[in-house]
Design a protein around this ligand. Structure first.
Ligand SMILES: [Zn+2]
Length: 181
């Protein structure tokens, strides 16, 4: 299958959210794709993150994942998604926060400094500060999580050039269809 980690796939604005967004259409069981289900895709991620992630200046190059840490890394990814998504939707978060902190601690203990797993753990800790949490959004098209760092905090899409345009195009199509039945 033809797949590459493009700039668009790092629209999260933080490594932890880019990792969470490795699941495409997470809540659509028919179309959901987990990009980390294939080891090759997980292994190609660090190099692309060093090129495209908004936090790349903080970690530089990322060492590849240790085989033994993969399962804990996926547990962390799911904990990141559940906790920050619940923050955005103003749901109950106390248990989810505990799970996120536990998963983070596991990888801080196991992961070598500068590895994908350790840096993802550090990134999720940075996101926990109040002013970061209040800027996290859910993309109105694809459901990805992203940090809205725009001045007026008005971003709706993870990536205007992909999700914003897709929604505009489908609105345009619907409007045309309605005009000419
Ligand atoms: Zn999107």
């Amino acid at each position: 299958m033809n797949f590459s980690w493009t700039r668009h796939r790092f629209s999260g604005g933080a490594l932890a959210l880019d990792v969470a967004n490795s699941v495409i259409l997470r809540f659509d069981p028919a179309r959901r794709i987990d990009r980390f289900a294939e080891v090759e895709q997980m292994d190609a991620f660090p190099k692309a993150a060093a090129e495209f992630s908004a936090e790349r200046a903080l970690f530089g190059t990322l060492a590849p994942m240790s085989d033994g840490n993969r399962a804990d890394f996926i547990t962390l990814r799911e904990a990141i998604d559940r906790y920050f998504r619940a923050c955005v939707t103003k749901s109950e978060t106390s248990v989810l926060l505990a799970e996120l902190l536990e998963a983070t601690a596991v990888l801080l203990r196991l992961g070598a400094k500068g590895s994908l797993e350790a840096e993802t753990a550090c990134s999720s800790l940075r996101l926990l500060s109040a002013h970061e949490v209040e800027r996290i959004r859910i993309c109105g098209n694809c459901g990805w999580l992203f940090v809205d760092r725009s001045k007026n905090r008005s971003r709706i899409w993870c990536d205007m050039s992909v999700c914003g345009n897709r929604v505009k195009a489908s609105r345009h199509y619907t409007a045309r269809k309605e005009r000419s039945p």
